[in-house]
Design a protein around this ligand. Structure first.
Ligand code: ADP
Ligand code: ADP
Length: 220
């Protein structure tokens, strides 16, 4: 196992378990979890100009334009806490974003260790997203069916009342899945060609997916 900083990308559809597994990799390997969706949601909550722009797209289940997304993520990974490695969750989501990341890493002499594709069928994704709840205070993610909080409706860590994301309603979910298949799924081939793609069966339970992913990252 090398000591070099690890840069890991989690690729997968909405609801595949990227955020859940990213948190596990963060804890296990001391990586920084960079979630483009969380960064947009923080900006929305504060109603920054970026947040106001992003919400128009997020509400419809569309992708936020590449230029603003790339700039936001590049600024985040330039912060000093990212020098020891990053787990990317939800970025890149288009070929332009993947190319921008490659160009930045080439300039800085950094290397992507692996892109982990978390595979889950659409039927199961829809079921998972309709049962996803989150803590607005600390971002913890739960699932009423597969990963419920200890006390109904409350965050295990801070007791805050859990909420549902407004883009997890069925109409928006359907659009997000279409967007995934048309705009993000081509990245599977992009990273396969680059020799970086590793796959995990995301339909297993959280602990089983974790075991598979941790094993892959340990080998890097
Ligand atoms: P999920 O984890 O369920 O796939 P995210 O939290 O990653 O959802 O993203 C929520 C929304 O934020 C997306 O539907 C999209 O509007 C926007 N978004 C997040 N990441 C990106 C990205 N890399 N490019 C463009 N839009 C993004
Ligand atoms: P993503 O970030 O890819 O959109 P999440 O990590 O938010 O996905 O997971 C989507 C929902 O499914 C959440 O409610 C989460 O608790 C649940 N979940 C995550 N991984 C699994 C799994 N392996 N089996 C069952 N449910 C899962």
């Amino acid at each position: 196992m090398s000591d070099a900083p690890r840069y890991i990308i989690l690729l997968g559809a909405p609801g595949a378990g990227k955020g859940t597994q990213a948190e596990i990799l963060r804890e296990h390997f001391g990586l920084v979890h960079v979630s483009s969706g969380d960064l947009f949601r923080e900006n929305r909550a504060k109603q920054t100009p970026l947040g106001k722009l992003a919400e128009k797209y997020m509400e419809k289940g569309e992708l936020v334009p590449d230029d603003v997304t790339i700039q936001m993520v590049m600024e985040r990974i330039a912060r000093p806490d990212c020098v020891n490695g990053v787990v990317f969750d939800g970025f890149p989501r288009t070929e332009a974003q993947a190319q921008a990341l490659d160009a930045a890493f080439a300039r800085e002499g950094k290397k992507i260790g692996a892109t982990l594709l978390v595979n889950v069928r659409d039927e199961l994704l829809i079921q998972r997203l309709s049962a996803r709840w989150f803590c607005p205070a600390d971002g913890s993610v739960y699932n009423l069916l597969s990963n419920p909080p200890k006390q109904t409706g409350k965050c295990d860590k801070d007791g805050t009342a859990l909420e549902q994301r407004n883009d997890d309603k069925p109409e928006t979910v359907t659009r997000r899945l279409q967007v995934y298949h048309s705009q993000t799924a081509p990245l599977i081939e992009y990273y396969r060609q680059a020799g970086l793609l590793r796959e995990a069966d995301g339909e297993q339970n959280i602990e089983q997916v974790q075991a598979a992913i941790v094993k892959i990252v340990e080998m890097l």
